[in-house]
Design a protein around this ligand. Structure first.
Ligand code: EPS
Length: 388
């Protein structure tokens, strides 16, 4: 299974094509829209989210509520396009129009300058339109297809906020998957620890007042994965590595860790590795889950626990120094609008990119043309694992 996305932030639409989904899987627009709606929420979002109402139009690959096995094409319209038709239209325009909204001033921390150098663009709108995190709506659409598949296979996933601007949520190991889903959904900062929720909101409001932006740490948990998914034999089939790649590829993400993550470097091996236990009913398990559900590039059967670090959004009201690419004059970057914090939304994006990688690994390991055969094969494998 693979996917591609296309579309610019203020262009007509975002397009996603997902290929390799088994035939006969129940899938409706409602599955996708629920995810798209969640991505739009969160304290700290800017004015753009008041303009957009992300809804999917499934244009291929689904009939009467079931996947066909053919590529699934999905479109999300940009409602803001009506304000940008002249600037973002695909047809040639006269010179007067062409220079409108030309961007020659790169924002520090954004893709503007490097992208302009790479493609030889003198108008950096040609970069920022595609490098914008608007594209994550298209990725969530792809991930929602994967998540629907996982849910039908008894694999559940949740994304939430672990930290915003240094304010850290307490871990909540006592919560069930259902409770994590419910409680993160009820929180405007998508956080499970109510005691820090207000502090996080205050930090976001303060950043907004200061014309600044703040980042944080998102966390994703996956339950119901049998052991042995992924591979230890080649680098590019290690599932934790693929998840790390996918998380790192989200706009503004700068790092990934599994389980106790970087803390493992500070502990002796005896305090890191999870002891193996066995019971007749459940088969093999681990006493702890410091390694976050992975050993040797494969799932261990324990919950997958992965964190991703998001830097503060680089589009700032507060000026940072930059240099105009035409005049070479130093200026202080200024902008029209931005999100002061998108960490709650990024947690939803992370949940969906992780879902995609997990679904992809499953489809590589089991029969992948017919969904019912996949379900049977997974059930049988689970039983084999339990009796191993
Ligand atoms: C973004 C800038 C803002 C965000 C946008 C990502 O958009 P605009 O330039 O239109 O104000 O709102 O995020 C989304 C549109 C979205 O759907 O998440 C950026 O530069 O990355």
């Amino acid at each position: 299974m693979r996917y591609l996305t296309a579309g610019e932030s203020h262009g007509k639409q975002l397009t996603t094509i997902v290929e390799g989904v088994p035939a006969g899987m129940p899938l409706t627009s409602a599955n996708i829209n629920a995810s798209l709606l969640r991505r739009q929420k969160g304290h700290g979002r800017g004015k753009r989210m008041q303009i957009e109402k992300d809804l999917v139009d499934i244009c291929g690959g689904v009939r009467h509520g079931y996947t066909l096995g053919s590529p699934i094409a999905m479109v999300v319209k940009n409602d803001d396009f009506k304000h940008w038709e002249d600037i973002m239209g695909e047809d040639p325009v006269d010179v007067d129009k062409e220079i409108r909204r030309t961007v020659s001033r790169p924002r520090p921390g954004h893709a503007d300058l490097n992208g302009a150098i790479k493609y030889g663009h003198r108008d950096m709108r040609n970069i920022l339109e595609r490098s914008s995190a608007r594209e994550t709506a298209a990725r969530v659409a792809a991930g929602a297809v994967a998540k629907t598949m996982l849910n039908h296979l008894g694999i559940n996933i949740v994304g939430f906020v672990h930290e915003i601007a240094g304010i850290t949520a307490q871990d909540k190991p006592e919560l069930s998957m259902e409770e994590k889903i419910e409680q993160s959904e009820a929180s405007s900062v998508r956080c499970l620890d109510k005691t820090v929720e207000q502090q996080m909101k205050d930090a976001i409001d303060q950043a907004k007042k200061d014309g600044d932006s703040i980042g944080g740490i998102c966390e994703v948990h996956v339950e119901g994965m049998p052991a042995g998914i992924g591979s230890y034999v080649h680098y590019d089939r290690k599932l934790d590595a693929r998840i790390a790649f996918a998380v790192q590829s989200i706009n503004a993400f700068k790092g990934v860790e599994f389980g106790i993550g970087f803390e493992a470097s500070r502990r002796p091996g005896s305090k890191v590795h999870d002891e193996i236990i066995w019971s007749e009913e459940e088969g093999f398990k681990r006493r702890t889950n410091n390694l976050g559900g992975f050993e040797g590039g494969m799932t261990s059967g324990m919950p997958i626990v992965v964190k991703g670090v998001m830097k503060p959004i680089p589009t700032l009201y507060k000026p940072l120094q930059s240099v105009d690419i035409e005049t070479k004059e130093v200026f202080n970057a200024s902008i029209e609008r931005s999100d002061s914090c998108a960490v709650p939304a990024a947690a939803v994006v992370m949940e969906h990119v992780v879902a995609f990688e997990i679904a992809r690994a499953i489809l590589e390991q089991f029969p992948n043309d017919q969904f019912e055969k996949l379900q049977v094969a997974i059930d049988q494998y689970r039983e084999e694992v339990r009796c191993f």
